[in-house]
Design a protein around this ligand. Sequence first.
Ligand code: U2F
Length: 444
Amino acid sequence: EGRENSQKHIAVFAFPFATHATPLLSLVRKLSQSAPDVKFCFFNTAQSNESLFSKDDDFERVKPCTVDSGLPEGYTFGGNPHEPVDYFLKATPGNYKKAVADTGLPFEGLVTDAFFWFSKEMADEMRVPWIPYFTAGPRPLLIHVDIDDIRTRLGINGPEDQTLEFLPGCSAIRAMDLPDGVVSGFLDSPFSRMLHKMGQMLPFASAVAINSFEEIDPIVVQTLKSRLPNLLNIGPFILRSPPPFSSDIHGCIDWLNQRPKASVAYICFGSVITPPPQELEALAEALEACQFPFLWSFRGKAEEMLPKGFLERTNDKGLIVPWAPQLKVLGHPSIGVFVTHCGWNSVTESIIGGVPMICRPFFAEQKLNQRTVEAVWGFGLAIEGGKFTKDGTMKALKVILSSEEGKLMREKVGVFKELAFKAVDSDGSSIKNFNFLVDFVTRR
Ligand code: U2F
């Protein structure tokens, strides 16, 4: 009883889609190690929590709590990944408010996915601090924080090639690189409205944590610091708590051990995306024609979705798996290029591995990441025309895997790799920021 009273409770709100809840839980677990008197309730949908917490987890200080997913009774997933998100957004913030109230606990702080702008209002009502966690990079964060100004300056549906030169560090960014819903596309979708509100609310947070490191984009980070209170770059967080390496059941690493240095194309489009049939075909044809070895983490049934006979014909130089230990794969010396959708975790892991990228973005801030990789950092290529064609893909693979330009990109990403490791080294910037966050969370 006495111990209960001395304990501080913090509510954590996870966004249960794509790779959002995983990095948040990993942050909370790390915080918990440094905050023995704090109990965290990890509010998330039952389905997402099930995949995050294993049975033998020690729930004592980071406890899974369920929020309603908003799905209608008897709902079955029909293949459209946006559908469950829309249902879920309709249920917010009511589902979180109810779940919090149901615990009856006196929470003293909210740590949430940055998407959940409504947490600011809840935190105010509860008179506690709100600490949002942004799971993507600093550039999209700046875009969302400055969205109203960007809309005024670029106009809605204005020329696609206008640049954001008025924003420090963003002169290479064009209107067409911005996420859907900023200056074009579905401005009024529930998702776009959520991000708009997020941008307006973040300046009123107590502190804003981000899964990035200060040195990756110093000008943008400086600008963000002028907009947000206590901006805390605490990443790349995956370097601080890497996933357990028990699951190379498909033998990726053994296979890579048998390939020459920097020769393999690793292909993966994150946790949700499978490119459309025509592009899959073009990518497969390019791989077959190019003769570079490849490792492909494939969502879906490869035998049915790839060209007939492709698997047999490429058997000796390609390995296709349903899931790869990506961090380890990208850190393997045999990997020469990462063909990626530019999700932030993938971009970060490619940097950590020192691997140049070929970019085929699909949604969210992925186009912006691509543009940054190609035109600001210079260690990757956008796929010609924005979609996989046989020729465009072959060209990009050849540039990175067998040209001087490719070598230069490898050197450039190597510089960022070093900065990333330094940031999480004993007195690196991300460690200092993390310690500040611990302080903030444990303070009473
Ligand atoms: C959304 O991200 P995604 O889940 O689509 O993609 P990533 O951010 O790249 O994260 C994928 C993670 O899954 C891991 C991989 C990454 O940590 O290492 N993984 C793996 O280990 N093995 C596999 O075979 C395949 C994947 C969104 F789409 C992005 O736009 C956002 O940037 C991102 C973060 O907010 O969330």
